[in-house]
Structure formats: C-alpha cells, structure tokens
Design a protein around this ligand. Structure first.
Ligand code: KIV
Length: 277
C-alpha cells in the first residue's frame, strides 16, 4: 500500500488529549509534533497522523517576516490559533504564549492562557522557561489548562543568549536544566519541549521524567520530536538549523507553478476558451 493509500485508509482518530499524550510515553510510543499556523496545514498534518499541532510563535519568523519571535503578539497567536482550531483536528492544539504575555505576573499569565483557550479554542498552551515561570505554570494548570514547558535554547531569550546557540554545554547548566525539568513536571506540565541541547542531556532528562519530552535539536532519545512545518516542507527561505530534515521541496514546486502561470498569462494560454464561471 502506498503512503497516500495508507493515509486514505486510516480510521478517523479520537481527539488526542493532554493525558493521552502522557500515556504515549508510558507505552513508549514516539510523539509527533509539527507547527501549524493555518487551516489547510492543520487539516493536512492531522490527516497524516501528527499528534500535536503547535501554533508556535515561530509564526513570526516563518510567516510574518520578523527576525525573531520577540515581536509576536497575543493577537497574532490568537488569530493563527483560531485558524488551526477551526480545522477541528484529532491532534491536540497547543498555542504558544508569546513574549511578554506571561512574564509580568502570574495574573497576566493566567489571563492570557485563558484567552488562548477561550477565544482561540486551544487545547493547551506552551511557555518558555524554568524556575522563573514555575508559579505561572502551577496556577495555569490549577485552573484546568494543560501546559507544555520549554527549556534549553528558548528563542524568546535570544538576546540574552547572544544568538541561537546550543545551550547547557557545561555541567552546572546541565544540572540546572535537569532540575528545572523536574520542577516543571512537579508544577503539572504534561509535556516538555527540549530545544538545542546536547543529545546526552536530552536522553538523561527524558529518562528522569514521567512526562514526555519533545525534542528539537535535542537528540533521538526524546519521547517525541517537533519540527517547524515550513522547515520540513522546504518552504522556509531563511537560515535552517543543522538538525532539520526536509521531507519535501515545496518552495521549488511553488516557484515552478508560479512561473508556469506567468508564462501562460503572458502567452495568452490562460484562461483558454472558458469565458466565465
Ligand atoms: O515556536 C515554535 O515553533 C516552537 C517550536 C520550535 C518548539 O516553539
């Protein structure tokens, strides 16, 4: 059976919940996460069997042309989360909390997490950081919103890191990251993204937690893997990290399709004989 036939033959899936994601770790079943910022991508990735759709603040660099994720606002994330949740996917939809939407106070964090669920339709939220966000995570979880943590090369701290560099190379930083991972689990996170850290640390943190780790540049031993959709589809024209694997070259296909349309219009081959709708 071809991949296409297998996708068509697949039985409809039940909605994937945060507890179901934790259960996948117990079954040692790898968890597949991709970013989605729009309705068709959400539907297509869902049909392909992806388990979690992340409306990442990477929307800023990937779709909106910003140089970092820092300018992304709550309104941006809400807008794209609504587009994704309208697809009514079986995949769990996680909305990323943008920079300055959760750092000021626990109250601000709770209100904005609530907006992403109430106005955006998200199933869960994600925020970056360890100890400093622990009180906010605890409170958001207490009011009933599943939270995904994010440690390592957290892009909202790019200015403090001085660039997109692998984090936690030294022993002290590794111990701190492992401690913060345990703290986030204690605070109630249902999963934890590990980004841009040595693979050995990814493996050690994964072994030490009951909740699943989702790696991005954190080695193959994480419980799941996440990629930015535009990276895996060959649609992102900017700088790509070394760990990215492209599964398609859609930018080439799009360029060729546009070029053919340009040629047809210029040569009056389009719209052919059809005069109207
Ligand atoms: O915003 C995003 O896409 C992310 C993933 C890369 C984990 O945070």
């Amino acid at each position: 059976m071809s991949e296409k036939e297998a996708i068509r033959a697949r039985a409809p899936r039940a909605k994937i919940t945060a507890p179901a994601v934790v259960e996948m770790k117990r079954r040692a079943e790898p968890i597949v996460v991709v970013t989605a910022y729009d309705h068709p991508t959400a539907r297509i990735a869902d049909e392909a069997g992806v388990e979690i759709l992340l409306v990442g603040d990477s929307v800023g660099t990937v779709l909106l042309g910003y140089e970092s994720t820092l300018p992304v606002t709550m309104e941006d994330i809400l807008h794209h989360t609504r587009a994704v949740t309208r697809a009514k996917t079986a995949a769990l939809v996680v909305a990323d909390m943008p920079f300055m939407s959760y750092q000021v106070s626990v109250e601000q964090a709770v209100l904005n997490a609530g907006r992403l669920v109430q106005e955006g339709g998200a199933d869960a939220v994600k925020l970056e950081g360890g100890e400093r966000v622990a009180p906010a995570v605890r409170r958001i979880v207490e009011i009933g919103i599943p939270v995904m943590g994010h440690l390592g090369l957290t892009p909202q701290s790019v200015l403090a890191f001085g660039g997109y560099k692998v984090q936690a190379r030294g022993e002290a930083d590794q111990e701190r990251l492992a401690r913060e991972a345990r703290l986030l689990e204690e605070c109630g996170c249902f999963a934890l993204v590990l980004e841009g850290i040595p693979a050995r640390l990814g493996q050690a943190v994964t072994r030490g937690l009951g909740i699943p780790t989702i790696g991005i540049g954190a080695g193959v031993q994480c419980d799941g893997q996440v990629l930015v959709s535009h990276d895996l589809l060959g649609l992102f024209l900017g700088r790509q990290p070394k760990f990215v694997r492209r599964y398609a070259e859609l930018a080439d296909g799009m360029r060729e399709a546009y070029a053919r349309f340009v040629a047809d219009v210029k040569a009056r081959r389009f719209p052919g004989d059809a005069e109207s709708y």
